[in-house]
Design a protein around this ligand. Structure first.
Ligand code: RET
Length: 133
């Protein structure tokens, strides 16, 4: 299994605006959020993950076990409720967030010292890259 443990700093963030618009996030929040360079702090124990997305403006906290569906409330993002399931696709983490929005989810994978994250909602894809601190 891939090892996601560590602190990861954002290096690029493509189409975050489109992703946030698809989520219906308000204009003022989008202006601020676009300027952020969040940090991911990931603690992984086997299939259990604690993923913190930290920024000067707002944080987002996610805890899940791969293969176990849970009720996610996207507090501080779009504040919706999703039935969320994360699974392994080889070493990639694939998440489906079932709810009001179609085609919502994300994919994480690692290449060298870089962590990749693709966030999808409706017809929008946001591509983020993080580098190990
Ligand atoms: C911030 C700032 C406030 C506005 C938005 C944010 C987006 C956070 C996202 C977090 C994704 C977390 C994932 C965790 C995986 O385990 C940065 C909190 C919209 C999109 C995919």
């Amino acid at each position: 299994l891939a090892d996601y443990n560590g602190t990861w700093n954002m290096v690029s963030n493509d189409n975050f605006e489109g992703y946030m618009q698809a989520l219906g996030i308000d204009f003022a929040t989008r202006i601020i959020a676009k300027m952020l360079k969040p940090q991911k702090v990931i603690e992984q124990k086997g299939d259990f993950f604690h993923v913190q997305t930290l920024s000067s403006f707002r944080n987002y906290n996610a805890e899940f076990t791969v293969g176990v569906e849970f009720n996610e409330e996207t507090k501080g993002l779009d504040n919706r409720k999703c039935k969320t399931l994360v699974t392994w696709d080889n070493d990639r983490l694939v998440c489906v967030q079932k709810g009001e929005k179609n085609n919502r989810g994300w994919i994480h994978w690692i290449e060298g010292d870089q962590l990749f994250l693709e966030l999808s909602c409706e017809d929008q894809v946001c591509k983020q890259v993080y580098k190990k601190a």
